[in-house]
Design a binder for this molecule. Structure first.
Ligand code: SAM
Length: 351
């Protein structure tokens, strides 16, 4: 029996993988071995979360950010970027249009922008909830009281990627931030009964297969309901401008192994994956993913939310994006979900 077959058998018997096995799978290069990994992840996805694909409409409502992350194009240090903030009415209008197009989840994302007070976001959440959709927030690290107020107003999910579980790398890439604080926020969110999403970038300079294996083990330990995994893409106006980008192929491996380790999770086939490889989103859906996040930000702002360059879909209007997504999903013999696509809430943190 080949080494990959042995690891797959072991997984099928135990439903888990050791760190060494995760690392082994992330290191696969042989095309036949990779096809075995992706086919297994696809089978596990089908068995646990079925064939439906959930479409989320994301509104990137502000590109102001108080952070100085070395990888990010909207870092406060990028002085070349025109900054925008959508006002409440614009955000609600964008949400209304997305709901009118059939989206059942609205994701509100921004840089860490304290301009939007707790009560402003509370109002946004409750008015969007009244449109009969699920609401996901992704506005960074805030106080527990803020998360509690938004949950009370009806927010269902929160997305806060831990980016990397390597403490040295984290410290270098996110100056002034602490991993302990990020993880504390994830604990608050879980305690408040959010469906909690987190995730990483793949191919960060200095990241190793061992640290990515640790990332996947941490995602499992946190019992995340959703996990976003995208390649790192260098932005020219950041200190990492000349770094290598993460590859689609490594991203797909991380995605597939994450599906094995978190079989119930909602896993998007990310825009970043679609940005490094034209077929990336399709390949992601075949390697364990069951979610597509489509950009419903008004076109006049879309290009300015430039966390990385050459972002896919900056020019396409939401109707065209949705039609293309439906076409892709149908071509794969899958179905676009008509439900809210809730993820399973974990009972608690595993020790
Ligand atoms: N402020 C919120 C936060 O901190 O979670 C959300 C906005 S943040 C810009 C959204 C995500 O963009 C981050 O979690 C990070 O993974 C991703 N991102 C930023 N720069 C990137 C890059 N150069 N390549 C790929 N992804 C990037």
């Amino acid at each position: 029996m080949s080494a990959v077959d042995r690891v797959i058998n072991e997984y099928q018997e135990t439903g888990s993988l050791s760190k060494a096995d995760v690392e082994f799978l992330l290191a696969l290069e042989d095309e036949k071995d990779l096809q075995k990994l992706f086919a297994l992840a696809n089978k596990v996805r089908e068995r646990f979360v079925g064939s439906e694909v959930h479409l989320r409409g994301i509104i990137e409502f502000s590109n102001y950010c108080s952070r100085a992350c070395l990888y990010c194009g909207i870092s406060r240090y990028n002085r070349h970027l025109s900054r925008y903030r959508m006002d409440v009415e614009e955000i609600l209008q964008a949400a209304k249009e997305a709901v009118g197009m059939g989206f059942k989840t609205i994701v509100l994302q921004s840089g860490e922008d304290p301009f939007y007070s707790t009560s402003t976001i509370t109002r946004l959440v409750s008015e969007i909830k009244a449109m009969d959709v699920a609401v996901t927030l992704s506005v960074g690290e805030r106080r527990r009281e803020d998360y509690a107020a938004w949950k009370e107003a009806g927010a269902d999910r929160y997305l806060l990627k831990f980016e990397t579980s390597d403490p040295d790398l984290y410290r270098r890439l996110r100056p002034g931030c602490s991993m302990a604080q990020r993880l504390q926020c994830l604990t608050y969110l879980k305690d408040l009964d959010y469906e909690v999403g987190s995730g990483i970038m793949v191919g960060l300079p200095g990241q190793t297969l061992s640290s990515m294996a640790d990332d996947i083990l941490l995602m499992r330990k946190l019992q995340l309901s959703m996990v976003g995994i995208g390649p790192f893409i260098p932005h020219p106006a950041t200190p990492l401008a000349s770094a290598q980008a993460g590859t689609a192929s490594l991203t797909l491996k991380v995605l597939a192994v994450t599906r094995l380790m978190l079989p119930w999770a909602n896993l998007p086939s990310t825009t970043a994956l679609g940005s490094v490889d034209r077929e990336g989103r399709r390949e992601g859906l075949l390697a364990g993913a069951n979610v597509l996040m489509l950009n419903v930000t008004p076109l006049k702002y879309r290009r300015l939310y430039e966390i990385y360059p050459a972002k896919a879909e900056v020019e396409d209007d939401p109707t065209a994006l949705k039609a293309a997504a439906v076409e892709l999903v149908t071509r794969l013999g899958r179905r676009v979900s008509s439900g809210y696509g809730e993820g399973r809430k974990a009972v608690g943190m595993e020790s």
